[in-house]
Design a protein around this ligand. Structure first.
Ligand code: ATP
Ligand code: MG
Length: 420
């Protein structure tokens, strides 16, 4: 017997049903905000991520599935979507389209982290990116969209929104200096990774998961206290638009996010319902990234949501049933088998979900199958009915039964389903 690769998983049954629902709600919600779907490759040249995410980040330093292809090209399974989408935006010269561009993607991401509950090596993200708008109103609308996703899934009570501003290339250096000064005076508490990052990228230390580092970051200088005038105005703008939209949020001055490309607005949707994995979705503004990857100086903002964790949250609500089939047809070999096949497909073409027993077993066996599928209606095509050209239609919830002409069964069922 073979076993799957560590950190990878199979998704099926009830979880797959919720998964389906989440993706459907996501796509509908993204469309209402005028986002267009973007299908990205799963494999990219490693350089896209090394440059795009930052070479001192956890993702690039230790989590990428990167390897040399047979022709010597360094490639990596994508650990996130933003760098890929920016690469595609630049490569396909989509920046030449006037106005702003809004894209979304849904798909698997790969990070070689320590597997645990809610943390896998292949997981799925849905994300959005907006290119070409630098003002605070789009930041607020993007954060609102993240909140709206939770609301449309009925889990808004399980999550909360945190926002922060982490400055820009103009004010970041002064903040970095303060951080270096602070951490140098607490140097004995830093882990090996953070010691290495101290001079190159001190803000990364703020995102370290090491307990001893976490303790000293609690009292570290905060980026919001060192913002330049423009960043402060931007942040005030974001907050006032969020207030206008009535999005519940909290400013968390300690949040810096784990990717190098963020400037100004950073945000995270968190939950306390999933144990230690609290991040459900996160994002921020990344105005320098498009230029960094070879494009023109274009503003950008986006977020990514972890579908695996969102599905777990939705499952706490228990709204989906184990299965729900509209109709199960009970039929018998040489008596009503062909009628059943025809009727099943006639109903399916009307959007009704239908199944039947292709082995035409005994009535009792077929009824138990209908039961297992949780069918709302059972259509029995027995010997008597076949002779009369009728079917016995049972409403499984009401427990009632009616005899209907076969030619009218589809109409009868679709009518009943509409009313339910
Ligand atoms: P975390 O703090 O949990 O490591 P992150 O900051 O690395 O999260 P992002 O890179 O912002 O996460 O990705 C956005 C979302 O993707 C996260 O909020 C989370 O829901 C999900 N996610 C990230 N890594 C994993 C993983 N290994 N397994 C499952 N979901 C993940
Ligand atoms: Mg992480």
């Amino acid at each position: 017997m073979y076993q799957k690769v560590k950190g990878f998983r199979d998704i099926y049954g009830l979880e797959a049903r919720y998964w389906n629902k989440v993706e459907k709600v996501f796509r509908q919600t993204f469309r209402t905000f005028n986002f267009e779907e973007f299908y990205l490759p799963i494999l990219e040249k490693s350089e896209v991520f090394n440059r795009g995410i930052g070479s001192t980040t956890d993702i690039v330093e230790k989590e990428m599935f990167a390897f040399e292809d047979r022709d010597g090209t360094q490639v990596a399974l994508r650990p996130e979507g933003t760098a890929s989408l920016v690469r595609a935006y630049v490569e396909n010269k989509l920046f030449s389209t006037p106005g702003i561009s809004k894209y979304y993607y849904v798909g698997p991401m790969f990070r070689r982290e320590r597997p645990q509950k809610g943390r896998f090596r292949q997981f799925t993200q849905a994300g959005i990116e907006v290119f070409g708008s630098g003002g605070p109103s789009i930041d607020a609308d993007v954060i609102y969209l993240l909140y709206k996703l939770a609301e449309n899934l009925g889990i808004q009570n399980f999550v909360s929104m945190e926002i922060n501003s982490i400055g820009c290339p103009a004010c970041r250096p002064a903040y970095n200096e303060k951080l270096i000064e602070y951490f140098k005076s607490n140097i004995e508490h830093l882990c090996g990774d953070c010691l290495r990052r101290l001079d190159k990228n001190p803000m990364r230390i703020m995102d370290c998961k090491n307990e001893s580092c976490k303790k000293i970051t609690a009292d570290a200088p905060k980026a919001v206290d060192y913002l330049c005038g423009e960043c402060r105005d931007h942040f005030d703008g974001v907050k006032s638009y969020l207030d206008a939209l009535q999005v519940p949020y909290k400013v968390n001055p300690m949040m810096v996010r784990g990717l190098d490309y963020y400037v100004r607005t950073a945000f995270e949707m968190i939950t306390d319902r999933l144990g230690s994995q609290s991040a459900v979705g996160a994002g921020g503004r990344y105005d320098g990234l498009i230029q960094l990857l070879g494009g023109p100086d274009t503003a950008g903002i986006g977020f990514a949501v972890g579908i695996d964790r969102l599905v777990s949250l939705c499952m706490l609500n228990e709204t989906e049933k184990e299965n729900d089939l509209d109709v199960f047809i009970i039929s018998f070999r040489d008596i009503s088998d062909k009628i059943a096949l025809k009727l099943a497909n006639e109903m399916r073409s009307q959007g009704v979900s239908v199944d039947m027993d292709y082995d035409f077993r005994k009535m009792k066996k077929q009824f138990s199958l209908a039961d297992r599928y949780g069918s709302l209606f059972t259509v029995v095509l027995g010997e008597d009915e076949a002779a009369k050209g009728t079917a016995a239609v049972k409403d499984m919830q009401a427990g009632t039964q009616e005899e209907i002409e076969i030619a009218k069964v589809t109409e009868y069922i679709t009518d009943k389903l509409r009313r339910n």
